[in-house]
Design a protein around this ligand. Sequence first.
Ligand code: AMP
Ligand code: ZN
Length: 143
Amino acid sequence: MSHNDCIFCKILDGEIPSAKVYEDDHVYAFLDISQVTKGHTLIIPKTHTKNIYETPPEVAKELFARVPKIAGAIKEVYQPIGMNLLNNNEEPADQSVFHLHIHLIPRYGDGDGFSSNWTTHTNDYSSEDLQQIAKDINSTIDS
Ligand code: AMP
Ligand code: ZN
């Protein structure tokens, strides 16, 4: 299903050009126009889905199933020393294109352009807190 105002659906339809890395029945992978590092690739499902919350398991399964071989290909050609996968959901979490995508960001060392800044709050949570949080989430998962 293609969505009118979706830039990635337009890429899938060939209305907007892209640098194709890989394509099959389920997914399309192409270079991010704003390369964070050399080989920075986006992989998207061919079915339009806004983000992870709206993604049926089958679509997620087919999408993620392709990640290892694309990551492996990037590794083989450019020999990065690491690889970060990133998936942003909703604007406050930096999602700017509302068609599910996974970033594959090869890493080449300090100052390569990517950094993930987070602050840990280990001391703010007791083991009881952790058990309670895990329970809260678990009890909300549909089985
Ligand atoms: P996010 O911020 O996770 O939603 O990522 C969206 C990504 O899409 C950004 O990194 C953009 O650089 C990238 N992007 C936007 N338009 C295009 C385009 N026409 N071709 C390739 N990448 C794009
Ligand atoms: Zn779309």
